[in-house]
Each structure stands twice: as structure tokens, then as C-alpha cells.
Design a protein. Sequence first.
Length: 123
Amino acid sequence: MHVHIPPAAATAAESADAKLGHDTVVLAMTELFGVVDAFVITSAPNSRHVRTLVEEIERGVKEAHGLAPVRIEGLVDATWVLMDFGDFIAHVFLQETRDYYDLEHLWSGAPRVPWGVDVENAG
């Protein structure tokens, strides 16, 4: 089964990874959620690093695809920043907040999509 995610979602994951986002995953959400095609989930150990990841994702997606987030929520306390790009959402968590909400478990039925390094190594 081949799942499709927006190319910009893979770019968001790669951007987070480039700035040392922790355990960055991409979930294909079309079948389960229907509202967006993918979730990108990453985390950082402190709020400053969370903000750095948000800035890098925003920059990377804009440079590669000309897309800017429709909205960004949660930047003030930077424990869970939601970046809505329309067809995908990037969730940038403070690590303890990610552990608490455990979106990967909540959406465990969503296929994990290989991106970046995973794709290159699978070849």
C-alpha cells in the first residue's frame, strides 16, 4: 500500500531534523482524519529549541514550496506549537508535553510515512 503525503510535509520533517528535532515522524492522516493529509510530529527538550524548530520548518517549507502556515498556535508558551499548512499540520512539542499527549499512540492507526533519511536508506 502506497500512502501519499504532501511533499511539503516531508520538507517540514527534514527541516525539523536538520535542527535536531527529536524523533520526528510523519503520519499519513487522510484515511483516519480526512481533514488533513499528514501530521508531522517532532519535539525538543526546551522552549527555545521548540521555537527554533518552528522557525526552521516555516523557513524550509516556504523556500522549497512557497507555502506559509495558515496559522500558528501555541508559540507563546512553546509547549505545543501547531503549524497549520492547510493540507498538513506540524506539531512541535516540548518533550514532556509530547510524552503526555502521545499523539503517535492516539493516532496509532495512521501509517508512518518514511521521509528523508528513511527513504534514502530504503532504496
